[in-house]
Design a protein around this ligand. Structure first.
Ligand code: 5CA
Length: 440
């Protein structure tokens, strides 16, 4: 992508409305724009990161056996009247009427709709287990939307829903998502700790929030500090192994970890003082097992091997991609801007032409840009005629992991500089070596 043809409206000044660093940096880097309170557009740079986050989430959901579909944002109130949540959900639900005066709503979550899809076609235990997910916008009319897309009114959610014949089966489905979440957050460059959690309006009695530790987090959390060093389940994890996944779940729930709603002071005090961690955290995922809470009132049942009808046991599993993007920034930035983990960086490398219009600089940059693009790298080429200082500041701000800097003096020697955004280390090398550094 040539910067001269891209749309990346960088802000020079710090926006006044931003209270936390991720919100400030997302606005300054031109990633998002607020359209009305708690409702955002994702501008091209932000959209690229969001897509990469979603692809990692998708990859790990698929690995764990979940199947993707897409459900609408607008839902009919009827389904919610069946489950009893239409009245219970309160003012957070945005209620709308269509032209026939039928009550509709902008979905805050999808338990009812997915249960309706399930009951319309699944009739036998032989079709279980089943886990259906989508990545879709949600709306919750939060009292205090804040911190940009960290807590917005319209936000994206990956929500998965599992269906099993028995409680034991449902626990295995829960453990699959538990392990998939550990892998997902790790691939996003985050250390997320599962904590026992309150179930709120979703319901049920088994629930974990996945929390990343950050000073700007909204939740107060308490846990054993060994969680910070626990191993993440590997790529070869067998998601069909009931014992294998149970062992992962047991290990990751063996030590104290709870959010403030579930906090037990006495149990926490039993942890040796030097091993206690009490901190603030950001909830990036939340998983629930709620048995037959929706299947019973909505009549979602299957025929079991005993020939009888059984209400299915369900769980739901949420991740917030539009919250994860600022959460990643909270965890990875410095005074100059964002430092993206390679897995979600909007570009792999930025080529900085320090003197656009200078034939040697232009030729060198074009050569590198073409070679890296051909090798499948996602390259941003700063071909603008801005001052070098502005270009460096922009490259640092948007946090692309590597910069290839082509200035007249180095180029005259057939060389360029390669800068590592994270460490700040700069290395001068031949043009060929710079290309090979990323292609090889
Ligand atoms: N149906 C269940 C799980 S599928 C559910 O709705 N769970 S939730 O309410 O805990 O939300 C799941 C995830 O969505 C949260 O962990 C969080 O990452 C994200 N999320 C929730 N509310 C917001 C919000 N207002 N802004 C941004 N992300 C949010």
């Amino acid at each position: 992508m040539r910067l001269s043809r891209f749309f990346m409206p960088i802000l020079k000044e710090n926006p006044k409305e931003a209270e936390i660093v991720s919100h400030r940096l997302m606005l300054r880097a031109g990633m998002i724009r607020q359209q009305s309170q708690g409702i955002y557009s994702w501008l091209p740079l932000g959209k690229k990161v969001l897509d990469k986050v979603n692809n990692i989430i998708r990859d790990e959901q698929n690995r764990a056996g979940a199947i993707e579909l897409s459900m609408p944002t607008l839902q009919s109130a009827d389904l919610w009247q069946e489950s009893g949540r239409y009245d219970a959900y309160g003012k957070e639900m945005l209620r709308i009427k269509d032209r026939q005066d039928r009550p509709m709503l902008y979905g805050p979550t999808n338990e009812e709709m997915v249960t309706d899809i399930f009951r319309s076609s699944v009739k036998s235990y032989k079709d279980l287990p089943l886990n259906l997910y989508h990545i879709q916008l949600k709306f919750r009319d939060e009292i205090r939307p804040r911190f940009g897309t960290m807590r917005s009114r319209e936000f994206m959610m990956k929500d998965a829903y599992s269906f099993d014949l028995t409680r034991e089966g449902a626990e295995h489905s829960y453990n699959k998502m538990f392990a998939a979440y550990l892998r997902t957050f790790d691939r996003l460059g985050l250390r997320a700790i599962p904590m026992r959690a309150d179930t709120g309006p979703i319901g049920g009695n088994l629930s974990h929030e996945f929390i990343i530790l950050a000073d700007t987090g909204e939740s107060e959390v308490f846990c054993h500090k060994d969680f910070v060093g626990f191993d993440i389940p590997g790529e070869n994890t067998d998601f069909d192994s009931v014992e294998g996944l149970k062992a992962i779940f047991d290990k990751w729930t063996s030590l104290y970890a709870a959010t403030s709603e579930m906090h037990d002071e006495a149990a926490f005090n039993a942890v040796p003082e030097g091993e206690r961690l009490s901190a603030r955290g950001i909830e990036v995922g939340h998983i629930f097992y709620f048995g037959t809470k929706y299947s019973e009132p909505m009549g979602a049942k299957v025929q079991g091997p005993d020939g009888k009808e059984h209400f299915v046991h369900m769980g739901s599993y949420g991740i917030g991609p539009t919250r994860l993007v600022p959460a990643i920034i909270e965890a990875s930035h410095d005074d100059n801007g964002i430092i993206w983990p390679a897995s979600v960086a909007p570009f792999d490398v930025v080529v900085i032409n320090m003197k656009a219009g200078d034939q040697a600089c232009d030729d060198t940059c074009e050569l590198i840009y073409a070679a890296l693009s051909k090798a499948g790298k996602d390259v941003l080429y700063d071909d603008t005629d801005d001052r070098a200082g502005t270009k460096f500041a922009t490259a640092d701000l948007i946090g692309v992991p590597f910069q290839i800097i082509a200035g007249p003096r180095a180029v005259a020697n057939g060389e360029v500089e390669v800068k590592d955004r994270k460490t700040g280390a700069r290395e001068t090398m031949t043009i060929e070596a710079a290309i090979n550094r990323f292609v090889a």
